[in-house]
Design a protein around this ligand. Structure first.
Ligand code: SOE
Length: 390
């Protein structure tokens, strides 16, 4: 069997999950890791049991044993790192958001298509078997025409003003916080499951905690509270927001995002109402799909390979009653990504579940429309998205 070498740039919170997922595939060699310095890269390499460490991402990209680059750097480095990897002809798996804004997102989408390599963005919730079940049910018309898509993605890890990371720094994280980090997942899932595209938005955004306290050190999501001298930092990006949505074909929708809502850990909920029946999926109870009816009892479909549609079966690995989880869904995304990579990244070989740089660019356009809507005084804005030129 042909083995594939991967290297990861940016060893933060999610890096360990990329490494864990590719190791589970069995035919991928984790060749090297690159960090912001040789010392930090070596420390992380020891922790993750990786042989090679680079203090410079260019050196990792130039490593001839590496065919796939995983970009898990902070958002502001997505563009230079991914462009360098594409220029070297490497396949790229990028964390979301793909880029800081639509201009950068479009550059990366176009560069990836021109490079004729596999290009994947980690909208990992698509990898859940019951997300694929919901998508397949809707595509087959089992729920009737979709009229309403709604839900939320709420977290609490930024509730404490002492939590400060690059995500709150516009130069490193971008102009948005909650929408870019988690609203992007929700919108991707809403479009992926419903099969519809969001065409216009009306957003109302808030910064609940406008002053945070920083040690000056770069932190990461879910980092523990730090002690020592801290300086107050003014935060402008939103940590709470609600958005009304119009989909193509006339369906309506709405969702809320928040990072400062005590008790909500990774509370992503998405409901789709069709004219015949409804579906609701909750990330924190990801092994169940609620099916709502008008003229019969509602039901809960358990994640069970013998009960789900064939489209979802390939993403279930354990019998019913054996719970699958966030890491399993993340691994499902990597399995499809490496299937595409084994096929050389040929467009026709891409598994249809897989989110590409096209989806990543689209997501930056959606968030941009929401930011424009808020700044314009909460008015409807069209999503400006330029499809790939043929
Ligand atoms: C932090 O909000 C975070 O780790 C996001 O960056 C991830 O994309 C999300 O899946 C979980 O929460």
């Amino acid at each position: 069997m042909k083995r594939i070498g991967m290297g990861l740039i940016g060893p933060g919170f999610v890096a360990a999950h990329h490494i864990d997922a590719v190791r589970r595939l069995g035919d991928v060699d984790v060749v090297a890791i690159a960090g912001s310095s040789q010392e930090s890269a070596e420390r992380k390499a020891r922790e993750l049991k990786i042989d090679r460490a680079y203090g410079d991402f260019h050196a990792l990209i130039a490593d001839p044993d590496i065919q796939v680059i995983h970009n898990t750097t902070p958002n502001y480095l997505h563009l230079p790192v991914t462009l360098a990897a594409l220029a070297a002809g490497k396949h790229v798996i990028s964390d979301k958001p793909l880029a800081l804004n639509p201009q950068e997102g479009r550059i990366l989408r176009d560069a990836a298509v021109a490079a004729k390599v596999a290009h994947v963005v980690t909208f990992n919730y698509r990898g859940n078997p019951l997300v694929q079940q919901a998508r397949a049910m809707i595509a087959k018309g089992q729920n009737g025409d979709v009229s309403f898509v709604h839900g939320h993605y709420l977290q609490d890890w930024m509730t404490d003003p002492n939590v400060y990371s690059w995500r709150s720094d516009p130069a490193k994280g971008g102009a948005t916080s909650a929408l870019g980090d988690i609203g992007s997942h929700w919108c991707d899932l809403a479009e992926h499951i419903s099969g519809l595209k969001i065409v216009s938005v009306l957003a109302d955004l808030t910064t609940v905690i406008p002053e945070r306290y920083s040690t000056g050190a770069s932190g990461e999501a879910f980092s523990a509270k730090r002690t020592g001298d801290k300086v107050p930092v003014t935060v402008q990006s939103e940590d709470l927001g609600s958005v009304l949505l119009h989909f193509d074909g006339g369906a309506k929708g709405c969702f809320s995002v928040g990072q400062v809502l005590p008790g909500h850990k990774n509370d992503l909920v998405l409901e789709v109402n069709g004219k015949l029946s409804s579906l609701k999926w909750k990330q924190e109870q990801q092994n169940e799909l609620w099916i709502g009816h008008y003229d019969q009892a509602n039901s809960l479909l358990a994640k069970d390979p013998s009960l789900v549609l064939p489209e979802a079966q390939r993403y279930t690995h354990l019998p019913g009653g054996h719970q699958e989880s966030w890491a399993d869904a993340f691994c499902n995304l990597m399995r499809d990504a490496y299937e595409w990579i084994h096929a050389g990244g040929a467009p026709e070989a891409r598994p249809s579940m897989l989110p590409t740089f096209e989806d990543g660019y689209r997501s930056t356009c959606l968030v941009d429309a929401m930011l424009r809507s808020h700044v314009a005084g909460n008015v409807w804005q069209r999503v400006e998205f330029f499809p790939e030129a043929n």
